[in-house]
Design a protein around this ligand. Sequence first.
Ligand SMILES: [Ca+2]
Ligand SMILES: [Ca+2]
Ligand SMILES: [Ca+2]
Length: 309
Amino acid sequence: MQHFITSIAALVTLSSALSAQNPGILDTAVNPANGHTYHLLDNSNWTDAEAAAVALGGHLATVEDIAENTFLTSSFSTFGGTTRHLWIGYTDAAVEGTWVWASGSTSTFTNWWVAGGAPNNSTANDPAGEDFACIYPTGEWEDLHDHASSTWFPVLCGVVEVEAPGTAYCAEAVYNCPCFAVSAVDEGCPNTTGVGATLTGTGVASVSAPSFDLTATQLPDTVGLFVQGTSAIGGADGNPVGEGRLCLGPQKRYQPQSISGGTVSRSNFQTFATAGGAMNYQFWYRDPGNNCAGGGFNFSPAWNVTWLP
Ligand SMILES: [Ca+2]
Ligand SMILES: [Ca+2]
Ligand SMILES: [Ca+2]
C-alpha cells in the first residue's frame, strides 16, 4: 500500500510537471503583414511558455516594430474577455542588462514602459531580479521574474511566433518556362490569368498536431491537385513540363480540387509525412487556354518543409 501511495504521488507530481511545461494553445492568428503564425498560450511562466513555443516550431514572439506589437495586443491581450499580460521572447537571463531575443533575432525595437522605470530588474519578488519581458494590454513592456501569476500580473500567457513552415523554391525569376515564357519572382510559369501561380504554407507542420495548410493563388478557375515528392528535381528551377515547371519527384498525387476565385487550399498533408522528414509540394492545374507546349496544364512554385514531431 505504501508503494501504491508513493506511485500515485509520483504520478500526480509528473502530471502537474507535464502540464506546467506544456501550456496549451488558446487561440491562433496569422499576421498578414509578415505571414507569421502566432499562438496564444494558456497561463504559465516564461520558461514553460518558451519550451512550448519550441515544441511548436517557433519561439516566444520577437516584436520587430510597433505594428507587430499592436497586432499582438489587439489579437490576444483581452482574448475571450480575459485581460492578459503577454510573455514575449525577450530576456536578459544570461547577462543582466543585455536583452536578447529567444529566436536569435537581432531586432532592436523595444517598447518598455519607460515612465514606470522598466526595465528595472526589481528584486522585490525574486532576489535574482527580473529577466523576462511581457507586454501590458496598453502595449508597453515590463520586465518580470519568471512566474505565472501575481497580484499585478494575474494572467501571464506566452505568445508563440512561428515563421512560415518551410520555404518556397522553383519561385525565382527564370527563363526555363516552356514557350519562351518568363516567370516572375515568387511565381510559377505564366498562365491564362496573365501571371504565374503562387504557393504559400502556413500553420505548424507537425505530424502529431498538424495545422499546416498550403494555399495556391493566381490560378484559372479550373481543376487541379496537390502533388508531393521527397526529392527536389531540376535544382532550384525544376524541369519544363506542360506549360510550367515540375520541381519534385517521385510524385504522389492528392485528390483533385476545384479552383474558385483563383485560389485553392488544402490541409491534412501529414498522412504521408514523417517526423524529421522533408517533403516537397506543388499544385498542378489544368489551363486549357494556354496550350502552347501541348499540355494545357501548369504548376505552382514548390514548397519545401521539414515536418516536426
Ligand atoms: Ca516577429
Ligand atoms: Ca534583468
Ligand atoms: Ca520590472
